[in-house]
Write a protein that binds this ligand. Structure first.
Ligand code: MSP
Length: 553
């Protein structure tokens, strides 16, 4: 199997983790779990695979620590920049652990394994003439720590398009990356590889911007007396310059796997990002990779933004969904309930998504409490009642008029690889609930609870009724099992519990092809015990008050 290497952005350590960071890492986690499901890599170790082992599906996340803001925030808190970075990197690790994200490595740009590789890449680029010393005049956005092109600055009326604060005209001696030399190659690559930038609207956005041509970009900043300017990786051979935080950061994707054991993971299958950092990932980074002679990632996947109750989230409004609020939701609706909402309703495509309490309750009830949870409990209750809690034996041949569950489930499983290639995670997640709806419809149509009344009715053929009941309930239970397998990447704990209650946990290395086969090797076995556990998901009361974040410590 070709290895699947997935990455998230590395997050700035000057802010606390919030819904946006958690969402991208969760999306990457769910994507990784889908790939692992196909490849038969179950039960990923939450703290990574351990030394010496490199799994075939590898998820990297981490923190970006050389931003100027780290120096100012650290000073404001009376600690060194590295202490501040340590503290906040730990917050991100805690947040992702709380979200149940199983990543294989967490990279920090202050680690020596990263710094030494950055120096090596820059030296290579200097050697090939792709990095050179020149003069830069530009519009600097102090709030975002980036230069804007003349056109963008003008369009934005010379204020930051993100924060609205004024841009500053600056001139400095910088090292440049010869971006202009790669414009044609990049454009050709994007045109020839429709899945290179997803979704398509983002691809068009980049192609549109490329039409204006590419200018060489500065990749260093001057080192001055200002302590903030002394934080970062120094330019090899020139202590007066440090590598611009964005260039340093982009290299993380390669530096993390640039070791003899991990080299085969490159190129990445998917870089997951949000729309704010598209240009860096879809233009600057691929051109740097071309200059380094490295193959390009298969896909740069860009999602939209979370907004809250219809309004943009911001610090000044104080309406950001912070980790504490997510914790309160998990406490009320379970962690898997939270994961399900975020991942199935998140801004996966090109439009933004709203974090709204009413919607949360609606989706939670529809898909989980009344969907999978209720369907599983209806089926296990009937199996308890009519078959003493043992999996009944279905008729060997499909009953005319019944849906063909073997083909329906096969089709669902068969769609998964294509959906993953197109990074259509919401569609992949919809496969399970669609099977549940099939089962609900089948129960309503065949009414097994009514049929069961005929068991003792005078004059009825009890054996035939029992056989029909067995077939119906087997079909239901086996389809619920497969739906549960398909939903497991999003709701790992609850899905594992249901599979365990039904005694059908597959072996740790079973392939999806087998696990997902109706009445296959890992299917429900007649006679197997179906334990009626507690409800998987308690129904939520739409009228009840929304969770509130615990007061800050
Ligand atoms: N450090 C850079 C990224 C370097 S990657 C080589 C950075 N960090 S960040 O902390 O600002 O994180 C940006 C990312 O956080 C976005 O691309 C997205 O993944 C996530 N989100 C931040 N706010 C978000 C929302 N409101 N909604 C969804 N995701 C957003 O940029």
């Amino acid at each position: 199997m070709k290895p699947v290497y997935l990455t998230t952005p590395i997050y700035y350590v000057n802010a606390r983790p919030h819904i946006g960071h958690c969402y991208t890492t969760l999306l990457a986690d769910v994507t990784a779990r889908f790939h692992r499901l196909i490849a038969g890599i179950h039960n990923p170790h939450p703290a990574g695979p351990g030394p010496g082992t490199v799994p075939g599906v590898f998820l990297l996340t981490g923190t970006d620590e050389h931003a100027d803001k780290v120096v100012t925030s650290a000073a404001a808190h009376g600690v060194t920049p590295l202490q501040w970075a340590d503290r906040n990197a730990a917050e991100f690790e805690r947040a992702f652990a709380f979200m149940g994200c199983a990543y294989d490595d967490f990279i920090r740009t202050t680690q020596s394994r990263h710094i030494s590789k950055v120096l090596e890449y820059i030296n290579r680029l200097k050697g090939s003439g792709d990095v050179f010393l020149g003069d830069y005049h530009g519009w600097w956005d102090p709030s975002q720590e980036e230069y804007l092109t003349e056109t963008v600055a003008k369009e934005a009326n010379f204020v930051s398009p993100v924060t609205g604060r004024p841009l500053v005209r600056r001139t400095e001696k910088n090292y440049f990356f010869r971006l202009s030399a790669y414009a044609d190659r990049l454009e050709r690559h994007i045109r020839e590889n429709p899945a290179f930038i997803l979704p398509e609207s983002r691809r068009n956005e980049v192609l549109g911007r490329l039409r204006a041509g590419l200018q060489d970009v500065p990749i260093t900043r001057a080192v001055t007396d200002d302590p903030a300017s002394q934080w970062g990786i120094r330019m090899p051979g020139d202590e007066q310059h440090r590598i611009y935080v964005w260039i340093d950061a982009l290299f993380n994707y390669l530096s993390a796997v640039d070791t003899p054991e991990r080299r085969h993971l490159w190129p990445a299958r998917v870089h997951l990002i949000a729309k704010d950092i598209l240009w860096f990932h879809a233009c600057i980074w691929p051109c740097m990779l071309m200059a380094l002679g490295e193959p390009l990632p298969q896909t740069v996947y860009t999602h939209g933004y979370w907004v809250r109750e219809g309004r943009k989230m911001s610090k000044s409004e104080g309406n950001a969904v912070e980790i504490d609020l997510l914790e309160a939701y998990a406490a009320m609706f379970s962690r898997d309930g939270l994961r399900w909402y975020l991942i199935s309703q998140g801004p996966a495509g090109s439009t933004d998504a709203d974090f709204a309490h009413g919607k949360f309750v609606e989706v939670y009830n529809a898909d989980l409490a009344n969907g999978l949870g209720n369907c599983a409990s209806r089926v296990s209750n009937m199996i308890a009642k009519y078959f003493d809690g043992r999996v009944p034996e279905a008729a060997a041949a499909a009953t005319p008029g019944d849906p063909d569950f073997a083909s329906i489930t096969r089709a669902a499983i068969g769609r998964l690889p294509g959906l993953l290639d197109g990074m259509d995670i919401p569609a992949a997640l919809a496969l399970g609930p669609a099977l549940i709806r099939e089962v609900d419809g089948y129960i309503n149509a065949t009414a097994p609870f009514k049929l069961a009344k005929q068991l003792d009715a005078p004059g009825s053929d009890a054996a035939a009724v029992k056989a029909r009941l067995a077939t119906i309930l087997y079909n239901c239970a086996e389809t619920v099992r497969i739906a549960c397998v398909l939903m497991q990447p999003a709701i790992p704990d609850k899905a594992a519990r249901l599979l365990s209650d039904w005694n059908c946990t597959p072996p740790a290395d079973a392939l999806l092809e087998e696990v997902g086969r109706f009445r296959g090797q890992y299917g429900l076995k007649p006679g197997g015990v179906i334990t009626k556990g507690e409800a998987l998901f308690m129904r939520a009361d739409p009228a009840a008050a929304a969770p509130v974040a615990a007061a800050p410590q």
